[in-house]
Design a protein around this ligand. Structure first.
Ligand SMILES: NC(=O)c1ccc[n+]([C@@H]2O[C@H](COP(=O)([O-])OP(=O)(O)OC[C@H]3O[C@@H](n4cnc5c(N)ncnc54)[C@H](OP(=O)(O)O)[C@@H]3O)[C@@H](O)[C@H]2O)c1
Length: 313
């Protein structure tokens, strides 16, 4: 671990920088004045979207490295960690100051498996980031921050009930990691529950991660607010996507343009430096999570289960 000055923004590694929130966050960091602008490591799948964001970020003068990674393949994730460490060790970027575990997805069919045989939504949202963070946390500079992406869908409220967005239904994490049986028909319900479970797992994981993190590393969870119309719903039926795009025009809903700078701020600004313990920040405000989202026994069990799942793959 390296220690660097409080004012040095160092390097920020972000996953899923190619679209929506990740792209807006990447550009919000790149567009900062040179003395507060971090170097950037973009971890995600190469393609036109990634190229565009990387080019836009470089055009600001930022140092940008792209690591081609499919987060549904743990071998890719491990290779990405190695490459990120190499960039830091060889001085191609400044010390690693923050990790933003932004990438996320909702598989429409919970029978779908990652390259390692795990349920895809759990694999990409939780397992890939647990692998990446576990690989890199020991190489981070202090003070440093790890920002995970949560979602309020982990619990039910009236608007989500009306929209048919189901809350988490927690089960043993080893079970959560298993694709649904072949005879289980895909449905919006099972897909939504898998997403909400993965986001509840991220809250539990964040609490345990803070207990195990080196001194000087703060772990926080960001909820960008409901951003309908992003590509998070790309696997949903066209009608659902149309509703998302329509809702995106409702005044007051969040957008990547608004929440991206918020996420960048959480990773970089002194304002948030005191946060620890998986503190939950919704848009621009720290909030309490529901009491069931803090559970020492589940958190410890998830930690062990995650280790077992990563070791197996
Ligand atoms: N949208 C909302 O209302 C909302 C609310 C609360 C929380 N969140 C969370 O905020 C984060 C960003 O959401 P968003 O709405 O911006 O989602 P999005 O538009 O779908 O963007 C997701 C990003 O993750 C990347 N990604 C997905 N699967 C990947 C894989 N296998 N390998 C590598 N990269 C992968 C995508 O890359 P590709 O371009 O390669 O697909 C994309 O860059 C997610 O964690 C989400 O759960 C969103």
């Amino acid at each position: 671990m390296t220690t660097s000055t409080n004012t040095d923004p160092g390097t920020v590694l972000i996953t899923g920088p190619s679209g929506s929130l990740g792209a807006a966050t990447t550009l919000a960091m790149a567009e900062r004045p040179a003395d507060t602008r971090p170097d950037l490591i973009l971890v995600g799948r190469l393609g036109e979207r990634m190229s565009r964001v990387a080019a836009q970020a470089r055009a600001t003068g930022a140092t940008v490295h792209v690591i081609d990674t499919d987060l549904s393949r743990l071998a890719d994730v491990r290779a990405a960690s190695d490459e990120a460490k190499r960039l830091v060790d060889e001085g191609a970027v400044r010390p690693l100051r923050a990790i933003i575990a932004n990438a996320g997805m909702t598989a429409a069919d919970t029978r779908a498996a990652s390259a390692d045989g795990y349920e895809l939504t759990f694999a990409v949202n939780h397992l890939a980031h647990a692998q990446l963070i576990g690989d890199l946390i020991g190489s981070m500079a202090t003070p440093g921050r790890i920002v995970l992406l949560g979602s309020n869908t982990y619990h039910q409220n009236l608007p989500r009930k009306l929209l048919g967005v189901p809350p988490a239904r927690w089960r043993d994490p080893i079970e959560l990691a298993m694709p649904a049986p072949a005879d289980q028909k895909p449905s919006a319900q099972t897909s939504g529950v898998a997403y909400s479970n993965a986001k509840l797992a991220i809250l539990y994981y964040a609490h345990e991660l803070q207990r195990r993190a080196p001194q000087g590393i703060g772990v926080v969870v960001y909820e960008p607010g409901f951003m309908p119309g992003t590509t998070l719903s790309r696997e949903q039926p066209p009608a659902v996507q149309r509703i998302g795009r329509a809702l995106a025009r409702v005044p007051g809903v969040s957008t990547p343009k608004v929440s991206g700078p918020g996420l960048a701020s959480l990773a970089l600004d002194a304002r948030w430096a005191h946060l620890r313990g998986g503190a939950f920040v919704v848009k621009d405000e720290e909030r309490e999570v529901k009491s069931f989202a803090v559970d020492r026994a589940r958190e410890a069990h998830l930690w062990e289960a995650t280790r077992e799942l990563l070791d197996r793959a």
